[in-house]
Design a protein around this ligand. Structure first.
Ligand code: MG
Length: 163
């Protein structure tokens, strides 16, 4: 009998002026946004990495190489949806998730509920079952210098009947 599985995920993107900052699919007004092959949504990427980890299906770069034209500029919500489907094909579905977003500016507090809803939707869960937290790095390191956005995620999967 398969049991509950846990996965950890991480992502980081360099920031550049004039790029759109998107986290959990929510467009956030900011002076700089992520440089990336897809839309650079670090929150969705960290959660997708954690889902893959929980299902022991490898890592994100393996399944979505950053030279694959199919994912150039792609909505990372689609990528997370694909990963959730892969977990389901392996016999698991999400139970809950907790995410830390590390960003110096802007303050993400006004967007927290929207990010939570965006994540819950992609995981097929009620918003009450997912958590999105945000913090700065207090000026330390590349995130603190405003040069990067990072996200950490933990996801729990439970056995799901095959469809
Ligand atoms: Mg990424």
């Amino acid at each position: 009998m398969p049991s509950i599985r846990i996965g950890i995920g991480f992502d980081v993107h360099r920031l550049a002026e004039g790029r759109t900052l998107r986290l959990a699919g929510v467009e956030i007004p900011a002076e700089a946004g992520p440089v990336g092959h897809s839309d650079g949504d670090a929150l969705f990427h960290a959660v997708a990495d954690a889902v893959l980890g929980a299902a022991a299906l490898g890592d994100l770069g393996e399944h979505f190489p950053d030279d694959d034209p199919a994912w150039a500029g792609a909505d990372s919500g689609r990528l997370l949806g694909r990963v959730v489907d892969m977990a389901r094909e392996a016999g698991y579905r999400p139970v809950g998730a907790d995410v830390n977003v590390l960003l110096e500016t802007p303050n993400l507090a006004p967007h927290r509920d929207a990010m939570r809803a965006g994540l819950a939707e992609r995981l097929g869960l009620p918003a009450g079952d997912v958590s999105v937290k945000a913090r700065t790095m207090e000026g330390l390191g590349p995130v603190g210098a405003g040069q990067a956005v990072a996200a950490q995620a933990v996801v729990i999967l439970e056995p799901a009947p095959h469809i």
